[in-house]
Ligand binder design. Structure first.
Ligand SMILES: [Zn+2]
Length: 472
Protein backbone atom coordinates (compact mmCIF):
# COMPACT_ATOMS: atom_id res chain seq x y z
CA UNK A 1 0.00 0.00 0.00
CA UNK A 2 1.24 3.48 -0.83
CA UNK A 3 2.22 5.42 2.28
CA UNK A 4 0.14 8.54 2.97
CA UNK A 5 2.13 11.77 3.19
CA UNK A 6 1.13 15.20 4.48
CA UNK A 7 2.86 18.56 4.35
CA UNK A 8 1.96 20.72 7.35
CA UNK A 9 2.35 24.42 8.14
CA UNK A 10 2.51 25.97 11.60
CA UNK A 11 2.68 29.73 12.10
CA UNK A 12 0.29 30.67 14.90
CA UNK A 13 2.87 32.42 17.09
CA UNK A 14 6.55 33.36 16.71
CA UNK A 15 7.63 30.18 14.93
CA UNK A 16 7.10 29.24 11.32
CA UNK A 17 7.49 25.53 10.68
CA UNK A 18 6.93 23.16 7.77
CA UNK A 19 6.82 19.41 8.36
CA UNK A 20 6.45 16.26 6.29
CA UNK A 21 4.99 13.18 7.98
CA UNK A 22 3.45 9.81 7.15
CA UNK A 23 0.31 8.34 8.72
CA UNK A 24 2.24 6.13 11.15
CA UNK A 25 3.74 9.28 12.65
CA UNK A 26 7.15 9.08 10.96
CA UNK A 27 8.59 12.57 10.61
CA UNK A 28 10.41 12.85 7.30
CA UNK A 29 11.40 16.49 7.88
CA UNK A 30 10.46 19.27 10.28
CA UNK A 31 12.41 22.51 9.75
CA UNK A 32 11.34 25.67 11.58
CA UNK A 33 12.46 29.22 12.15
CA UNK A 34 11.84 31.33 15.26
CA UNK A 35 11.31 35.07 15.36
CA UNK A 36 13.43 36.25 18.28
CA UNK A 37 12.99 39.75 19.68
CA UNK A 38 15.50 41.71 21.83
CA UNK A 39 15.46 41.20 25.64
CA UNK A 40 12.54 42.94 27.35
CA UNK A 41 10.33 42.77 24.24
CA UNK A 42 7.55 40.44 23.16
CA UNK A 43 6.66 39.71 19.54
CA UNK A 44 4.08 41.83 17.75
CA UNK A 45 1.70 40.43 15.12
CA UNK A 46 2.83 42.48 12.13
CA UNK A 47 6.57 41.94 12.55
CA UNK A 48 6.01 38.26 13.29
CA UNK A 49 3.95 37.85 10.10
CA UNK A 50 6.72 39.57 8.10
CA UNK A 51 9.22 37.14 9.59
CA UNK A 52 7.03 34.17 8.62
CA UNK A 53 6.57 35.46 5.06
CA UNK A 54 10.28 35.83 4.67
CA UNK A 55 11.03 32.26 5.79
CA UNK A 56 8.07 30.15 4.71
CA UNK A 57 9.08 29.33 1.12
CA UNK A 58 12.71 28.42 1.90
CA UNK A 59 11.29 26.18 4.65
CA UNK A 60 8.95 24.43 2.17
CA UNK A 61 11.91 23.82 -0.11
CA UNK A 62 14.09 22.45 2.65
CA UNK A 63 11.26 20.31 4.09
CA UNK A 64 10.73 18.62 0.69
CA UNK A 65 14.46 18.18 0.12
CA UNK A 66 15.15 16.66 3.53
CA UNK A 67 12.13 14.35 3.21
CA UNK A 68 13.31 13.41 -0.31
CA UNK A 69 9.84 13.78 -1.79
CA UNK A 70 8.31 15.74 -4.66
CA UNK A 71 5.00 17.64 -4.46
CA UNK A 72 3.42 14.78 -6.50
CA UNK A 73 3.81 12.41 -3.59
CA UNK A 74 1.92 14.63 -1.13
CA UNK A 75 -1.62 13.50 -0.28
CA UNK A 76 -2.81 16.58 1.58
CA UNK A 77 -1.72 20.05 2.70
CA UNK A 78 -2.41 20.86 6.34
CA UNK A 79 -2.22 24.20 8.11
CA UNK A 80 -3.00 25.77 11.47
CA UNK A 81 -6.42 27.41 11.25
CA UNK A 82 -6.16 28.66 14.86
CA UNK A 83 -6.01 29.59 17.65
CA UNK A 84 -3.18 32.08 17.57
CA UNK A 85 -2.25 35.57 16.44
CA UNK A 86 -4.18 36.73 13.37
CA UNK A 87 -1.44 38.13 11.14
CA UNK A 88 1.01 35.24 11.59
CA UNK A 89 -1.82 32.70 11.05
CA UNK A 90 -2.68 34.36 7.77
CA UNK A 91 0.71 33.53 6.27
CA UNK A 92 0.18 29.75 6.39
CA UNK A 93 -3.43 30.08 5.23
CA UNK A 94 -2.38 32.07 2.15
CA UNK A 95 0.55 29.80 1.28
CA UNK A 96 -1.57 26.68 1.61
CA UNK A 97 -4.23 28.08 -0.73
CA UNK A 98 -1.67 28.88 -3.35
CA UNK A 99 0.06 25.51 -3.11
CA UNK A 100 -3.27 23.68 -3.13
CA UNK A 101 -4.20 25.24 -6.46
CA UNK A 102 -0.70 24.97 -7.88
CA UNK A 103 -0.22 21.30 -6.97
CA UNK A 104 -3.92 20.33 -7.04
CA UNK A 105 -3.88 18.92 -3.52
CA UNK A 106 -6.65 18.91 -0.91
CA UNK A 107 -6.45 21.15 2.18
CA UNK A 108 -7.00 20.11 5.78
CA UNK A 109 -7.45 22.84 8.44
CA UNK A 110 -6.04 21.88 11.83
CA UNK A 111 -6.65 23.06 15.40
CA UNK A 112 -3.30 23.95 16.95
CA UNK A 113 -4.16 22.57 20.42
CA UNK A 114 -5.43 19.25 19.10
CA UNK A 115 -2.22 18.98 17.06
CA UNK A 116 -0.12 19.30 20.21
CA UNK A 117 -2.14 16.48 21.79
CA UNK A 118 -1.92 14.12 18.80
CA UNK A 119 1.80 14.77 18.39
CA UNK A 120 2.31 14.04 22.10
CA UNK A 121 0.30 10.83 21.89
CA UNK A 122 2.13 9.42 18.87
CA UNK A 123 5.61 10.40 20.13
CA UNK A 124 5.13 9.06 23.68
CA UNK A 125 2.68 6.24 23.03
CA UNK A 126 0.31 7.60 25.71
CA UNK A 127 -3.03 6.07 24.74
CA UNK A 128 -5.69 7.88 26.72
CA UNK A 129 -4.08 10.31 29.19
CA UNK A 130 -5.28 13.45 30.89
CA UNK A 131 -3.50 16.16 28.88
CA UNK A 132 -1.96 19.27 30.37
CA UNK A 133 -1.50 21.73 27.54
CA UNK A 134 0.73 24.60 28.61
CA UNK A 135 2.27 27.21 26.32
CA UNK A 136 2.62 30.95 25.80
CA UNK A 137 -0.95 31.19 24.57
CA UNK A 138 -2.78 28.30 26.24
CA UNK A 139 -3.27 26.59 29.59
CA UNK A 140 -5.79 23.76 29.60
CA UNK A 141 -6.40 20.42 31.29
CA UNK A 142 -8.00 18.17 28.70
CA UNK A 143 -9.31 14.63 28.44
CA UNK A 144 -10.87 12.75 25.56
CA UNK A 145 -14.48 11.72 25.88
CA UNK A 146 -17.16 10.92 23.33
CA UNK A 147 -15.49 12.14 20.17
CA UNK A 148 -13.92 15.31 21.50
CA UNK A 149 -11.09 16.60 23.62
CA UNK A 150 -13.03 18.14 26.52
CA UNK A 151 -11.61 20.95 28.60
CA UNK A 152 -11.79 20.19 32.32
CA UNK A 153 -9.90 23.20 33.61
CA UNK A 154 -8.15 26.19 32.10
CA UNK A 155 -6.76 29.61 32.77
CA UNK A 156 -9.35 32.29 33.19
CA UNK A 157 -6.95 35.02 32.04
CA UNK A 158 -3.40 34.74 30.66
CA UNK A 159 -1.55 31.53 29.83
CA UNK A 160 1.13 30.19 32.18
CA UNK A 161 3.79 30.63 29.47
CA UNK A 162 2.74 34.23 29.00
CA UNK A 163 3.12 34.82 32.76
CA UNK A 164 6.65 33.38 32.70
CA UNK A 165 7.63 35.22 29.49
CA UNK A 166 6.44 38.55 30.82
CA UNK A 167 8.34 38.07 34.04
CA UNK A 168 11.43 37.34 31.94
CA UNK A 169 10.92 40.79 30.42
CA UNK A 170 10.87 42.35 33.90
CA UNK A 171 14.26 40.75 34.59
CA UNK A 172 15.46 41.63 31.06
CA UNK A 173 16.30 38.00 30.35
CA UNK A 174 17.18 37.00 26.81
CA UNK A 175 14.47 35.68 24.44
CA UNK A 176 17.02 33.28 22.96
CA UNK A 177 16.25 30.38 22.71
CA UNK A 178 13.10 31.21 24.74
CA UNK A 179 12.37 33.42 27.74
CA UNK A 180 10.80 30.50 29.65
CA UNK A 181 13.93 28.42 29.12
CA UNK A 182 16.09 31.17 30.62
CA UNK A 183 13.75 31.47 33.64
CA UNK A 184 14.06 27.72 34.13
CA UNK A 185 17.87 27.87 34.13
CA UNK A 186 17.93 30.80 36.55
CA UNK A 187 15.37 29.12 38.84
CA UNK A 188 17.79 26.24 39.38
CA UNK A 189 20.00 28.69 41.30
CA UNK A 190 17.16 29.93 43.52
CA UNK A 191 17.58 29.26 47.25
CA UNK A 192 14.84 31.19 48.98
CA UNK A 193 11.10 30.73 48.45
CA UNK A 194 9.19 34.02 48.22
CA UNK A 195 5.46 33.85 48.95
CA UNK A 196 3.35 34.66 45.91
CA UNK A 197 -0.42 34.58 45.41
CA UNK A 198 -1.73 31.07 44.68
CA UNK A 199 -4.88 31.27 42.57
CA UNK A 200 -6.91 28.12 41.88
CA UNK A 201 -10.63 28.58 41.37
CA UNK A 202 -12.35 25.20 41.19
CA UNK A 203 -10.89 23.53 38.12
CA UNK A 204 -9.51 26.79 36.74
CA UNK A 205 -6.38 28.83 37.39
CA UNK A 206 -5.51 32.52 37.11
CA UNK A 207 -2.06 33.95 36.49
CA UNK A 208 -2.60 37.65 35.83
CA UNK A 209 -2.76 38.60 39.53
CA UNK A 210 0.45 36.70 40.27
CA UNK A 211 2.14 38.50 37.38
CA UNK A 212 0.92 41.93 38.54
CA UNK A 213 2.12 41.17 42.05
CA UNK A 214 5.57 40.06 41.03
CA UNK A 215 5.91 42.87 38.46
CA UNK A 216 5.00 45.44 41.12
CA UNK A 217 7.30 44.10 43.85
CA UNK A 218 10.37 42.84 42.00
CA UNK A 219 12.26 46.13 41.68
CA UNK A 220 12.00 46.96 45.36
CA UNK A 221 12.78 43.43 46.55
CA UNK A 222 15.93 43.35 44.44
CA UNK A 223 16.97 46.88 45.48
CA UNK A 224 16.63 45.99 49.19
CA UNK A 225 18.54 42.74 48.66
CA UNK A 226 15.58 40.79 50.02
CA UNK A 227 16.11 38.15 47.37
CA UNK A 228 17.86 37.48 44.06
CA UNK A 229 16.37 37.25 40.56
CA UNK A 230 17.02 33.50 40.81
CA UNK A 231 14.90 33.28 43.99
CA UNK A 232 12.05 35.00 42.18
CA UNK A 233 12.26 32.71 39.15
CA UNK A 234 12.33 29.70 41.45
CA UNK A 235 9.36 30.92 43.54
CA UNK A 236 7.30 31.83 40.48
CA UNK A 237 7.86 28.42 38.90
CA UNK A 238 7.08 26.54 42.12
CA UNK A 239 3.87 28.51 42.64
CA UNK A 240 2.40 28.35 39.14
CA UNK A 241 3.43 24.72 38.57
CA UNK A 242 1.88 23.65 41.90
CA UNK A 243 -1.39 25.22 40.72
CA UNK A 244 -1.18 23.19 37.49
CA UNK A 245 -0.44 19.98 39.38
CA UNK A 246 -3.47 20.58 41.60
CA UNK A 247 -6.01 21.00 38.81
CA UNK A 248 -4.49 18.17 36.76
CA UNK A 249 -4.77 15.79 39.69
CA UNK A 250 -8.39 16.76 40.21
CA UNK A 251 -9.16 16.11 36.53
CA UNK A 252 -7.49 12.69 36.80
CA UNK A 253 -9.67 11.80 39.77
CA UNK A 254 -12.77 13.03 37.97
CA UNK A 255 -12.11 11.08 34.76
CA UNK A 256 -10.60 8.09 36.50
CA UNK A 257 -7.52 8.20 34.26
CA UNK A 258 -4.06 7.33 35.52
CA UNK A 259 -1.67 8.83 33.01
CA UNK A 260 -0.71 12.39 32.15
CA UNK A 261 0.65 13.81 28.94
CA UNK A 262 2.19 17.27 29.02
CA UNK A 263 2.27 19.16 25.72
CA UNK A 264 3.00 22.72 24.59
CA UNK A 265 6.12 24.86 24.96
CA UNK A 266 6.06 25.05 28.77
CA UNK A 267 5.84 21.24 28.73
CA UNK A 268 9.60 21.16 28.07
CA UNK A 269 10.21 22.59 31.55
CA UNK A 270 11.95 19.85 33.51
CA UNK A 271 10.82 21.14 36.90
CA UNK A 272 7.17 21.01 35.80
CA UNK A 273 7.74 17.48 34.51
CA UNK A 274 9.35 16.48 37.82
CA UNK A 275 6.46 17.83 39.91
CA UNK A 276 3.90 16.10 37.67
CA UNK A 277 5.87 12.86 37.76
CA UNK A 278 5.75 12.79 41.57
CA UNK A 279 1.99 13.35 41.67
CA UNK A 280 1.46 10.80 38.91
CA UNK A 281 3.53 8.09 40.56
CA UNK A 282 1.65 8.63 43.83
CA UNK A 283 -1.52 7.81 41.91
CA UNK A 284 0.07 4.77 40.25
CA UNK A 285 0.22 6.37 36.82
CA UNK A 286 2.78 7.45 34.24
CA UNK A 287 3.89 10.86 33.10
CA UNK A 288 4.43 11.24 29.38
CA UNK A 289 6.31 14.29 28.20
CA UNK A 290 8.16 15.26 25.04
CA UNK A 291 11.33 17.23 24.53
CA UNK A 292 11.64 20.53 22.69
CA UNK A 293 11.72 18.91 19.23
CA UNK A 294 8.03 18.08 19.62
CA UNK A 295 6.53 20.17 22.40
CA UNK A 296 7.58 23.47 20.79
CA UNK A 297 5.37 24.46 17.85
CA UNK A 298 6.35 22.71 14.64
CA UNK A 299 5.01 21.83 11.19
CA UNK A 300 5.05 18.04 11.71
CA UNK A 301 2.42 18.14 14.44
CA UNK A 302 0.06 19.98 12.09
CA UNK A 303 0.84 17.63 9.20
CA UNK A 304 0.26 14.54 11.36
CA UNK A 305 -3.05 15.71 12.85
CA UNK A 306 -4.32 16.88 9.46
CA UNK A 307 -3.37 13.53 7.97
CA UNK A 308 -5.34 11.67 10.66
CA UNK A 309 -8.46 13.62 9.74
CA UNK A 310 -7.72 13.22 6.02
CA UNK A 311 -7.35 9.45 6.41
CA UNK A 312 -10.91 9.40 7.77
CA UNK A 313 -12.22 11.40 4.84
CA UNK A 314 -12.03 14.98 6.08
CA UNK A 315 -10.89 17.88 3.91
CA UNK A 316 -11.43 21.63 4.03
CA UNK A 317 -12.93 23.26 0.91
CA UNK A 318 -10.84 26.13 -0.47
CA UNK A 319 -13.46 28.72 0.46
CA UNK A 320 -13.41 27.52 4.06
CA UNK A 321 -9.63 27.51 4.39
CA UNK A 322 -9.67 30.57 6.61
CA UNK A 323 -7.94 31.29 9.91
CA UNK A 324 -9.31 32.30 13.29
CA UNK A 325 -7.74 33.65 16.46
CA UNK A 326 -10.30 31.84 18.63
CA UNK A 327 -10.69 28.13 18.05
CA UNK A 328 -11.33 26.01 21.12
CA UNK A 329 -9.98 22.50 21.54
CA UNK A 330 -13.45 21.04 22.10
CA UNK A 331 -14.82 22.47 18.85
CA UNK A 332 -13.01 19.75 16.90
CA UNK A 333 -14.68 16.44 16.28
CA UNK A 334 -11.75 14.02 16.65
CA UNK A 335 -13.17 11.67 14.05
CA UNK A 336 -10.03 9.50 13.98
CA UNK A 337 -10.46 8.56 17.63
CA UNK A 338 -14.13 7.67 17.20
CA UNK A 339 -13.37 5.42 14.30
CA UNK A 340 -10.63 3.69 16.17
CA UNK A 341 -13.07 2.82 18.90
CA UNK A 342 -15.73 1.73 16.47
CA UNK A 343 -13.27 -0.45 14.61
CA UNK A 344 -12.79 -2.51 17.74
CA UNK A 345 -16.51 -3.24 17.92
CA UNK A 346 -17.45 -6.48 16.20
CA UNK A 347 -20.47 -8.69 15.76
CA UNK A 348 -23.15 -6.36 14.42
CA UNK A 349 -26.36 -8.37 14.14
CA UNK A 350 -29.61 -7.91 12.30
CA UNK A 351 -32.33 -5.63 13.75
CA UNK A 352 -34.74 -6.92 16.36
CA UNK A 353 -32.43 -8.82 18.67
CA UNK A 354 -32.55 -8.95 22.41
CA UNK A 355 -33.85 -5.54 23.24
CA UNK A 356 -35.65 -6.41 26.48
CA UNK A 357 -33.04 -8.38 28.24
CA UNK A 358 -30.19 -6.09 27.31
CA UNK A 359 -31.85 -2.80 28.05
CA UNK A 360 -30.04 -1.06 30.84
CA UNK A 361 -27.16 -3.47 30.89
CA UNK A 362 -25.09 -1.69 28.27
CA UNK A 363 -25.04 1.55 26.42
CA UNK A 364 -27.10 2.59 23.48
CA UNK A 365 -25.39 3.89 20.42
CA UNK A 366 -27.47 5.90 18.05
CA UNK A 367 -25.94 6.12 14.62
CA UNK A 368 -27.28 8.80 12.36
CA UNK A 369 -26.28 8.37 8.74
CA UNK A 370 -25.83 11.72 7.08
CA UNK A 371 -26.26 14.89 9.06
CA UNK A 372 -28.69 17.69 9.51
CA UNK A 373 -28.28 21.18 10.74
CA UNK A 374 -30.81 21.94 13.40
CA UNK A 375 -32.70 20.00 15.96
CA UNK A 376 -34.05 20.63 19.42
CA UNK A 377 -34.03 17.96 22.09
CA UNK A 378 -35.22 17.91 25.62
CA UNK A 379 -33.10 16.84 28.46
CA UNK A 380 -35.34 16.70 31.52
CA UNK A 381 -36.86 20.14 31.48
CA UNK A 382 -33.85 21.73 29.87
CA UNK A 383 -33.96 22.46 26.19
CA UNK A 384 -30.80 21.85 24.31
CA UNK A 385 -30.06 22.92 20.79
CA UNK A 386 -27.88 20.65 18.81
CA UNK A 387 -26.32 22.95 16.30
CA UNK A 388 -23.56 20.72 15.25
CA UNK A 389 -24.19 17.22 14.09
CA UNK A 390 -21.77 14.50 13.46
CA UNK A 391 -22.40 11.34 11.56
CA UNK A 392 -22.10 9.37 14.72
CA UNK A 393 -24.20 10.31 17.65
CA UNK A 394 -23.60 8.39 20.81
CA UNK A 395 -26.21 8.21 23.52
CA UNK A 396 -24.87 6.46 26.52
CA UNK A 397 -27.36 4.94 28.91
CA UNK A 398 -25.61 2.90 31.58
CA UNK A 399 -28.66 2.82 33.80
CA UNK A 400 -31.60 3.98 31.80
CA UNK A 401 -33.93 5.41 34.40
CA UNK A 402 -32.27 6.18 37.70
CA UNK A 403 -29.21 8.07 36.53
CA UNK A 404 -31.14 10.15 34.08
CA UNK A 405 -33.61 11.10 36.77
CA UNK A 406 -30.96 11.96 39.29
CA UNK A 407 -28.58 13.54 36.80
CA UNK A 408 -25.60 11.84 38.38
CA UNK A 409 -23.91 10.22 35.45
CA UNK A 410 -20.54 11.95 35.03
CA UNK A 411 -20.88 12.31 31.28
CA UNK A 412 -24.19 13.94 31.90
CA UNK A 413 -22.62 16.61 34.00
CA UNK A 414 -19.95 17.01 31.40
CA UNK A 415 -22.38 17.78 28.64
CA UNK A 416 -24.32 20.14 30.87
CA UNK A 417 -21.20 22.11 31.60
CA UNK A 418 -19.73 22.18 28.17
CA UNK A 419 -22.61 23.90 26.42
CA UNK A 420 -23.64 23.03 22.90
CA UNK A 421 -22.30 19.55 22.57
CA UNK A 422 -23.93 16.48 21.18
CA UNK A 423 -24.43 14.33 24.26
CA UNK A 424 -28.05 13.97 25.10
CA UNK A 425 -29.45 11.48 27.53
CA UNK A 426 -32.78 9.95 26.77
CA UNK A 427 -34.44 6.72 27.71
CA UNK A 428 -35.00 4.08 25.12
CA UNK A 429 -38.58 5.03 24.22
CA UNK A 430 -37.48 8.60 23.74
CA UNK A 431 -34.68 7.47 21.46
CA UNK A 432 -37.18 5.44 19.47
CA UNK A 433 -39.64 8.32 19.17
CA UNK A 434 -36.85 10.67 18.43
CA UNK A 435 -35.75 8.51 15.53
CA UNK A 436 -39.19 8.86 14.01
CA UNK A 437 -39.38 12.58 14.58
CA UNK A 438 -36.03 13.55 13.11
CA UNK A 439 -37.00 11.96 9.80
CA UNK A 440 -33.72 10.36 8.98
CA UNK A 441 -32.92 6.69 8.95
CA UNK A 442 -31.62 5.77 12.37
CA UNK A 443 -30.09 2.63 13.68
CA UNK A 444 -30.29 2.14 17.39
CA UNK A 445 -27.69 -0.23 18.61
CA UNK A 446 -27.03 -1.77 21.90
CA UNK A 447 -23.38 -1.69 22.78
CA UNK A 448 -22.49 -4.28 25.34
CA UNK A 449 -20.15 -3.44 28.19
CA UNK A 450 -16.44 -3.83 27.30
CA UNK A 451 -17.39 -2.84 23.73
CA UNK A 452 -17.09 -6.46 22.67
CA UNK A 453 -20.25 -6.83 20.69
CA UNK A 454 -22.82 -4.60 19.13
CA UNK A 455 -26.39 -5.49 18.38
CA UNK A 456 -28.71 -3.61 16.07
CA UNK A 457 -31.86 -3.47 18.15
CA UNK A 458 -34.07 -1.37 15.99
CA UNK A 459 -34.08 0.45 12.74
CA UNK A 460 -36.41 3.29 11.85
CA UNK A 461 -36.65 4.62 8.35
CA UNK A 462 -38.33 7.75 7.28
CA UNK A 463 -38.39 9.66 4.05
CA UNK A 464 -38.06 13.37 4.63
CA UNK A 465 -35.07 14.84 6.40
CA UNK A 466 -35.46 18.13 8.16
CA UNK A 467 -35.46 20.05 11.40
CA UNK A 468 -37.84 19.46 14.25
CA UNK A 469 -38.97 20.48 17.68
CA UNK A 470 -39.48 17.43 19.81
CA UNK A 471 -41.36 17.08 23.06
CA UNK A 472 -41.59 13.58 24.55
ZN1 LIG B 1 1.65 25.61 20.51
Amino acid sequence: MKRMIALGFEGSANKIGVGVVTLDGTILSNPRHTYITPPGQGFLPRETAQHHLQHVLPLVKSALETAKITPDEIDCLCYTKGPGMGAPLQVSAVVIRVLSQLWKKPIVAVNHCVAHIEMGRIVTGADDPVVLYVSGGNTQVIAYSEGRYRIFGETIDIAVGNCLDRFARVLQLSNDPAPGYNIEQLAKKGEQFIDLPYVVKGMDVSFSGILSFIEATTEEKLKNNECTPADLCYSLQETVFAMLVEITERAMAHCDKKDILIVGGVGCNERLQEMMRIMCSERGGMLYATDDRYCIDNGAMIAYTGLLAFAYGETTPLEESTFTQRFRTDEVHAIWRDKKELASVTGIDEPGDKIEENQGSGSVLMVVPGSFSHCVCLYGKQERKLREWSKLWVVELPDVTSEIESNTHPLNRLSMESGNQCNVYLDYTVVQNFAEVIHVPVKIMLLMKECSSMTVVDECDSKAAGSCDYVP
